[in-house]
Design a protein around this ligand. Structure first.
Ligand SMILES: [Zn+2]
Length: 266
């Protein structure tokens, strides 16, 4: 082929940047990707921000922040997922059919899946950049989202990918900008603790979206969890930068893993 390629840039190249590595790949939907690794001189640690935030991954919303803000899934995702389910049923029906129809159905599934993944990635990029800019300390749950979801393998795969994508973006951007990401052990009972009085509820079934503690505080389930994560993360952070990553008995519910962005010496 000697025609110029019809290229869609994910973002402009930094001025004067020379790629040191070029990677070419193709996804299941048949699209080609060229990734360029460049050193971006514009990436500098940001001035320290005073604030810290707890981030809870949820079912109803993509994320809930300790500030009370809820961040929804990308627009169109519900419709795209329905489309994906239809394409998959189609593929399953054609499983015993002829090869040409089957591979057409398979490409269709891959295409819808790729669009969902693209929109997700875009959404997560904007979100993580904003969170890292606004906060000095970001506390997340060291979480296997898989355990929280029960609505089918596919939705699970998408949510798992979204969470690990979110986490890795958050971590590398925090490293770029001199921020700190703290991951709280996934056994920490963030949903069961009252963030006001610290009392632990015996049960907190997934269906319960709001509840009232004996102390009188009424909680949104996810906001309360995000507040507890923040408090647990800050408790570790207060132990100082010398704390080594640690995992203690999960019985205490206090075990945390500390991760710190590399600091630039003044
Ligand atoms: Zn309480």
């Amino acid at each position: 082929m000697d025609q110029p390629l019809d290229i869609v840039w994910s973002r402009p190249l930094p001025e004067g940047a020379l790629p040191s590595t070029v990677t070419v790949s193709q996804d299941a939907a048949g699209r080609w990707f060229v990734s360029l690794l460049v050193e971006d001189p514009a990436v500098q640690p940001l001035p320290a921000a005073g604030s810290a935030v707890g981030i809870d991954a949820g079912l109803d919303h993509l994320l809930t922040l300790s500030t009370g803000e809820k961040i929804a899934n990308p627009r169109h995702e519900r419709r795209d997922r329905a489309r994906l389910a239809r394409a998959q049923r189609d593929l399953a029906r054609k499983a015993r059919g002829d090869g040409a129809n089957r591979s057409k159905a398979r490409r269709k599934v891959a295409k819808v899946y790729a669009r969902i993944a693209d929109r997700r990635r875009d959404h997560l990029h904007k979100l993580t950049t904003r969170l890292v800019r606004e906060n000095q300390t970001l506390v997340i749950e060291d979480l296997a989202v898989r355990n929280m979801l029960s609505n089918g393998k596919l939705s699970r795969a998408i949510s798992d990918a979204a969470w690990s994508g979110f986490r890795s973006m958050l971590e590398y951007k925090a490293a770029w900008y001199g921020r700190e990401v703290i991951a709280v052990d996934r056994w920490f009972p963030s949903s069961k603790l009252c963030s006001v009085c610290g009392t632990m509820q015996k049960r907190m079934p997934l269906g319960v979206r709001t509840w009232t503690c004996d102390c009188g505080a009424t909680h949104d389930r996810d906001v309360n969890a995000a507040k507890n994560l923040l408090a647990a993360g800050l408790a570790v952070s207060a132990c100082g930068a010398g704390v080594r990553p640690q995992r203690e008995s999960s019985r205490t519910g206090q075990s945390v893993t500390k991760q710190e962005a590399p600091r630039r010496e003044p």
